[in-house]
Design a protein around this ligand. Structure first.
Ligand SMILES: [Zn+2]
Length: 403
């Protein structure tokens, strides 16, 4: 049985112990000590981080009454110096004690029972036994939590029997065991727990509700707790300050300002689309006026440079809708080629015979159906040969169809 030091002093960084047993498992070594300050994983709280004789501890687990340390290599001495990563532990003690407080406040405010909790690296989540609660109720719970923090109430552990446990006003039933650890937030909450806790609620610092998700018909509330909540406030404050500077407004004016910008943007997009339609028609008309005739078919073979892709597509559509036409338009967008090839319905060009053999000229790919094909290409040096190839294909097929 390992003597657990972590309950006696939660802030002890260094400890000494004797090696009791050590064995290899795969690439890892499992070390058993006579005593340890390493908290093993449990109750949603991760195992402590730290080192034994300078060797990083990868994991700590409790099996029966033994606490096992998982290491990347063997401990060479029977005397062991342990070191705990207190910053990591302190963060999770804040999260875990904060979670007690949130669950208690949810219970007191609406009789909501905690079904499960999750202590992650980014946030702490508490899942409750109802499908939804209002934002107002969440804020009331948040306020109660921060009131209890400000009162700096002691957090007390009681080791009791099941019989003794029954005399406490427990928030939820405890298992029927010989020794049960009850954790009390003085006169506010009583619950069975084997985890690591702050000594006073004031050390939780701050609790803020930051999100919610619905999962399996229940509600999961997300929280920022302790130093994390403070960091979250700093980050959000910086973001709001930067946005206010960018928009030259106060934080109160930020939301209406962003809504107004979004509306203006939507309206500008609409008028841009109308103008683009007109421009596409205008360009297509001027191209039609200068079109080359290939055996009764107006042919357009054109290279655009860094043109709006949507505009090129609209010009292409306009050309194909203008009588007996065939078009191949390539847009060179900073080295990436976008191509459209097609013919009007009545032109009778077999594009699937003309286009695929020409694609290697531009390292291209793409496809299409019937009289409209499109794709991309990577080799700008082959564009003129590609366009000439399409022209040749049109010419040959027109001669063929006129025979
Ligand atoms: Zn606990």
């Amino acid at each position: 049985m390992t003597e657990a030091l972590y309950y006696k002093n939660t802030r002890e960084e260094h400890f000494t112990a004797s090696l009791v047993e050590q064995r290899a498992r795969g690439k890892e070594w499992i070390a058993l000590l006579d005593r340890t300050a390493f908290y093993p994983e449990g109750g949603g709280q991760p195992a402590d981080r730290g080192s034994l004789n300078g060797i990083e501890v990868l994991d700590v687990r409790k099996e029966d009454n033994n606490i096992l340390h998982f290491l990347p290599k063997k401990i060479e001495s029977s005397k062991v110096q342990g070191k705990i990563d207190l910053a990591f532990r302190y963060d999770y003690m804040q999260q875990h004690t904060g979670q007690h407080l949130i669950s208690a406040a949810l219970y007191k405010k609406g009789n909501y029972k905690t079904v499960s909790s999750y202590l992650g690296r980014g946030y702490t989540a508490v899942e409750i036994d109802v499908a939804d609660i209002s934002e107002k109720q969440v804020l009331e719970v948040e306020e109660l939590c921060n009131l209890i923090i400000s009162r700096n109430l002691p957090v007390i552990s009681h080791w009791v029997s099941s019989e003794q446990a029954a005399r406490f006003p427990l928030r939820k039933p405890v298992p029927d065991k010989e020794r049960i650890r009850l954790v009390e937030i003085e006169d506010f909450d009583f619950v069975g727990c084997g985890g690591m806790h702050m000594d006073h609620t004031g050390e939780i610092q701050l609790i803020k509700a930051v999100g919610r998700e619905k999962i399996r018909g229940r509600l999961r509330l997300h929280w920022q707790i302790g130093k994390r909540a403070f960091n979250d406030y700093q980050n959000k404050h910086r973001t709001v300050t930067d946005l206010c500077k960018e928009l030259t407004c106060s934080s109160e004016e930020l939301l209406p300002g962003v809504i107004k910008i979004k509306e203006e943007l939507r309206s500008q997009k609409q008028s841009n689309a109308v103008l683009q339609d007109r421009l596409a028609r205008y360009i297509a008309d001027s191209m039609l006026a200068a079109a080359r005739d290939i055996s009764g078919l107006k042919a357009f073979l054109h290279l655009f440079n860094n043109e709006e892709p949507e505009l090129v597509k609209k010009i292409f559509d306009n050309l194909l809708e203008s009588g007996r036409t065939a078009a191949c338009l390539v847009n060179n967008c900073s080295g990436e080629l976008q191509w459209h090839a097609g013919s009007s319905e009545n032109a009778g060009l077999p594009l699937k015979e003309i286009i695929p053999p020409l694609l290697p000229l531009i390292e291209g790919r793409g496809g299409g159906k019937g009289n409209r094909w499109q794709g991309i290409g990577r080799d700008i040096s082959g564009v003129q040969d590609f366009l000439k190839g399409v022209e040749q294909g049109i010419l040959e097929n027109r001669i063929e169809s006129l025979k």
